[in-house]
Design a protein around this ligand. Structure first.
Ligand code: SF4
Length: 460
């Protein structure tokens, strides 16, 4: 019905809900087959991200760094980049290096584009010119991790996609920009497209690089994780039938491809979380490709609806909850819990996405939702602890665990990072099967908190 939009009422941020912009760029580059992010900055900027990613995915994460020291602030990072590029290419010979800038390299004014250009001849002379080197500007003071992801995808598209002058070269594929989805989610999107026989290019694909098997066989040397999108595949995306940006707030790459290569961009759909969002996704795929939705997916839809019918009126309807996290996730989850009959009282993200309040308003139906922009964890804590708000459930990352311990209000872990539970990243929350899992996760927390003691006695 309506949203009440307000901003965090303090200047200071207490426990931010967003993290460093370069992290999003590294996430995107790590989804490329034989791709390596090279952090143009100090060691902490790579160690921090490695720690953050390893904690969530429980995988070793390969990130290179050009290792700035005090003297770099005076002389610039050109020499550091030169040595780093030569070392990485001679040791690893990757398909692609994403040169990810940081606060320090941006503040001192490093011209990474110029540095990369000036290194080309030397790399050629050394026989090291087979690697694509893509600069990605990510000054962390100017945005969040999903801004960094957006910039990286845009940089990859701008630098790699080649012109398709012959319409006959149409590759029949669609491009998918998954955003900061987990491996389980990317696999679910692939399952949907494979089931419909739709060919696709994932921009980019972390489903295996962030979720690798422990394999006793001898590993290749140099070692790269399996999977990821091939560089050659990205070069061919201008021949695709369209680009669907699941990352509702990271759509610049899709728009660039539409402007430069006339590949239609679909960027305003609901994320495919829940029935409505997944329906929209399938309709979009059908419209772009002409491929029909098939019975397997309709069976999955039916099973999810069956569960929703079982739990919605009985356990979930009218229960009040708050949701925090990345705007794409928050929008998708809000839409789905409203489908489940729950009452969303407050949503917040750590950013100030212009369309976020209106997006929430368009899915709020009869509900009145407080939308707090540029929020932080303290905003969530204060809201939840205010008894007038009668909050019964929190959806968000592991960072809210102390609010859960303090208040006893259940926290269902979604988003990034989730480090105090296992298995979250490897299972989906998108698609019909993901919606079923989300409904199960929420219902089980509600049952454990509000029904365990007295309810089951009545059921005996
Ligand atoms: S200094 Fe900037 S780029 Fe480096 S970790 Fe901190 S926020 Fe990220």
């Amino acid at each position: 019905m309506s949203v009440n939009v307000c901003k965090r009422d303090r200047q200071v941020i207490i426990d931010p809900l967003v993290t460093c912009m370069p992290m999003g760029a590294m996430w995107a580059v790590l989804g490329i087959n034989h791709g390596i992010p090279l952090v143009q900055g100090s060691q902490g900027c790579s160690t921090f991200v490695r720690y953050h990613l390893a904690r969530h995915f429980r995988e070793p994460i390969e990130i290179a760094v050009s290792s700035f020291h005090e003297s770099t602030a005076v002389f610039g990072g050109g020499k550091n980049l030169n040595i780093s590029l030569k070392t990485i290419i001679q040791r690893q010979n990757p398909e692609l290096i994403g040169v990810v800038t940081t606060c320090s390299s941006e503040i001192i004014g490093d011209d990474v584009y110029g540095f990369v250009d000036s290194n080309k001849q030397e790399l050629k002379d050394l026989g090291c010119d087979g690697t694509e080197i893509i600069p990605i500007n990510t000054p962390s003071f100017a945005g969040s991790h999903f801004t960094g992801y957006d910039r990286a995808i845009d940089a990859l598209i701008k630098n790699l996609s080649t012109v398709n002058e012959n319409i006959e070269n149409d590759n029949e594929k669609i491009n998918i920009i998954p955003g900061l989805l987990n491996p389980g989610d990317v696999n679910e999107i692939k399952h949907i497209l494979d089931t419909m026989y739709v060919p696709y290019t994932m921009l980019t694909d972390i489903s295996e690089t962030f979720n690798s098997p422990l394999n006793p066989k001898k590993q290749e040397d140099p070692y790269f994780g399996k999977g990821g999108t091939a560089v050659d595949e990205i070069k061919n995306i201008s021949s695709s039938k369209g680009t669907v940006s699941i990352a509702k707030y990271a759509k610049t790459g899709a728009e660039t491809l539409e402007q430069t290569h006339k590949v239609p961009a679909v960027t305003d759909n609901l994320p495919p979380i829940g029935i409505k969002g997944t329906d929209e996704f399938l309709k979009t795929v059908n419209k772009l490709t002409g491929y029909d939705t098939i019975d397997t997916l309709m069976t999955e839809r039916g099973l999810t609806l069956d569960l929703m019918a079982d739990v919605s009126a009985r356990y979930l309807a009218g229960r009040k909850l708050v949701i925090f996290g990345d705007p794409t996730l928050v929008t998708g989850l809000t839409s789905f819990v409203i489908e489940l009959g729950m009452e969303v009282v407050m949503v917040t993200t750590g950013s100030d996405e212009k369309t976020f309040p209106t997006d929430i308003e368009s899915i709020s139906k009869h509900q009145s939702i407080d939308v707090i922009t540029e929020g932080d964890l303290k905003v969530v804590e204060d809201y939840v602890k205010d008894k007038d708000n009668e909050v019964e459930l929190i959806l968000g990352s592991s960072e809210a665990r102390f609010i859960n311990y303090d208040t006893g209000i259940p926290l269902v872990r979604f988003g990034f990072p989730v480090y105090d539970r296992v298995g979250y990243h490897s299972q989906p929350i998108v698609g019909y099967r993901g919606a079923k899992r989300v409904a199960e996760m929420i219902t089980n927390e509600i049952l454990a908190k509000y029904y365990e003691k007295k309810h089951w006695k009545l059921q005996q």
